[in-house]
Every structure is written in structure tokens, then in C-alpha cells.
Design a protein around this ligand. Structure first.
Ligand code: ZN
Length: 309
């Protein structure tokens, strides 16, 4: 097995943890892979105790990986799905706009993938945009004027200026060196800047309901799931202050829940999603009375905004 054994909590380094959940590989055609998540006795973070080596991760990011296929996976309904993606980017632009302290401003998006969010920022807010990602698959062969796109890990990234806003949309749960990453983010952020992080919320209703099928585990790609206490340990109060911590985010909790339902019925993730379109629309309608409480009850996504002390 190409596994690493993690004993210490990646957030607070405590050695004391308790088994929390075991999952198969998710959103992946696999048989019996067992991923064991423990919950830290000290900071309540839930972490993967047997992640695959970082170099082996590409086996889980194949051409059939649904987020890579994007709207194209939905065949004749792709324009609807594209619209949903555009709306998500606009919601994220709005979060940035609501947290600006200076204008014009510079922004760094960590794990930018296909940089549609930065394109939307550029278009709506005219920022100085930078995106980094460990892979350039999201932007190569495309022309992105006015956006600086760099193939780099956060550890190797050495920008020549600081940023007014740094965004991590579903990046931090994938990170292999959390404390080093947080130190880098501190270095990169301007004194008056804002750090915006969105991650899954394992303390949510959808996580409790869907158990090992919940897509927030996304094993083995997700390594750490955060609690409020975990954030406090990672973003220590001598350096950081929390501006806002919301138990909902920009990603629709319904989408996360729907992916978990697909996982449970052993969906073939490599096939076209076209025939899933109308069942999805139907589910969206009947679950509306439940997800209408998304802003009142934790449904699966959390957003935290921090600034330097
Ligand atoms: Zn811990």
C-alpha cells in the first residue's frame, strides 16, 4: 500500500485521537479501499490517518473526475450546469466585495484550478489577480489576460508582493502541511488584508445523516475536516482574529448532499451525468423545504474570514 501513517493531529499535533469514521475511496471507481478518519481528542479536528502519498494522488484525479469534467459531464444540459458554476463564482465575488478594505486590490486564489472565479473577480472588481495550483491542467492552452497563473505548491510559492485578499475555496482540507501553509498565508497577506476560507463542515446535518457516503470526506483527497476549536488552534489568537465564521458558504449544501446520495447508490462517476439531470431537479424541488434552513442550521459547508492581528 502506498500509504502514510498519520498519528499526530495535523492541526494541533496531539497524539490522542479516537476512531471517527471509515470510508471507501469516494467519487472514484474502486472496490475496497479503507480510509480511516480519527477525531483529535484535543481540538476535535477529524483527520485521515492513512492518506496516500501526495505523488500517488493523481490516481484519484483522473480525466473522469467529475469536477474536472465540469459542465461537459452533463451532455445536453451543460449550459444549465455552466450557469450554476457562474452563479457560484458570482457568490464568491460578492464575498470578496463585502470584505474589501482597499481598492484597487490584489487577490491570490490558492488551488485556483480552472480560474473561472478569478476571471469573475477581474471582470466585476478589476483586481490584480493571481492564482496558484499544483497542476496547470485548469488553464493551459487557454488565454487568460491580466491574470497571473502559476503552477506551484503554496510551499514553493514566493510572490514579489503581498495580497489584500487571499481565498481558499475548498483547498485547506486537501493540504498536507497545514501549519506551514498557515505560516505562508500569514506571510503573503497584507496587514489589513482578509483571508477567506471555505471548507466542508463535518459537524453538519448532512455529514451526520450520510455518514461514510458524505462527500465532505472525499477520501483520500481530503485530509482534515475542521471544527471551530480546530480553526482556533490553527489560526492562533496571537497572530489572527476571526472576522466571521458562518456555518454556510457559497457552495450549495444541496449539491454536497446530492453527491453523497449518488455515492450511496454507487453511481458510475465516469459515465455521463445527463440522465441524472431531471432526477436532480426533482430532488432539488422536494428537498427545498429542508435546505431553505441552510443559513440557520449547519448543512455541510462553512466559511471563515480571518485577518491579521
Ligand atoms: Zn488536534
Amino acid at each position: 500500500m502506498n500509504e502514510i501513517k498519520i498519528v499526530n493531529c495535523p492541526v494541533c499535533k496531539s497524539k490522542q485521537s479516537t476512531h471517527y469514521i471509515t470510508t471507501n475511496a469516494l467519487m472514484h471507481q474502486s472496490n475496497n479501499e479503507h480510509y480511516v478518519f480519527n477525531k483529535c481528542d484535543s481540538c476535535d479536528s477529524v483527520f485521515l490517518t492513512n492518506p496516500v502519498q501526495e505523488l500517488k494522488l493523481n490516481e484519484y484525479y483522473t480525466d473522469n473526475y467529475l469536477p474536472y469534467k465540469g459542465a461537459e459531464a452533463w451532455g445536453k444540459y451543460k449550459s444549465f450546469v455552466k450557469k450554476i458554476q457562474e452563479n457560484l463564482d458570482l457568490k464568491r465575488v460578492q464575498v470578496v466585495a463585502n470584505n474589501l478594505t482597499t481598492k484597487p486590490f490584489s487577490i491570490l486564489d490558492v488551488g485556483c484550478g480552472s480560474p473561472s472565479f478569478l476571471e469573475a473577480v477581474q471582470k466585476k472588481l478589476r483586481a490584480n489577480c493571481t492564482g496558484i495550483d499544483f497542476s496547470d491542467n485548469g488553464w493551459k492552452n487557454k488565454n487568460h489576460e491580466n491574470i497571473s497563473l502559476i503552477k506551484s505548491s503554496i510551499a514553493d510559492f514566493n510572490p514579489n508582493h503581498k495580497f489584500d485578499v487571499i481565498t481558499l475555496w475548498h483547498y485547506l482540507e486537501h493540504d498536507y502541511n497545514l501549519q506551514e501553509t498557515v505560516d505562508k498565508l500569514y506571510q503573503f497577506l497584507n496587514p489589513s488584508g482578509k483571508l477567506i476560507i471555505e471548507v466542508p463542515d463535518y459537524c453538519s446535518i448532512t455529514a451526520k445523516k450520510q455518514k461514510q457516503f458524505w462527500q465532505g470526506w472525499h477520501s483520500p483527497r481530503h485530509l482534515t475536516l475542521f471544527s471551530k476549536k480546530g480553526f482556533q488552534k490553527l489560526f492562533t489568537s496571537d497572530k489572527w482574529s476571526v472576522v466571521r465564521h458562518k456555518r454556510f458558504g457559497t457552495l450549495d449544501a444541496f449539491t454536497l448532499w446530492w453527491l453523497g446520495k449518488m455515492e450511496k447508490k454507487k453511481s458510475d462517476w465516469s459515465s455521463s451525468m445527463e440522465r441524472e439531470f431531471w432526477p436532480l431537479v426533482f430532488l432539488k424541488i422536494i428537498s427545498f423545504p429542508f435546505f431553505i434552513f441552510e443559513k440557520a442550521l449547519p448543512m455541510g459547508i462553512q466559511l471563515i474570514i480571518l485577518e491579521k492581528k
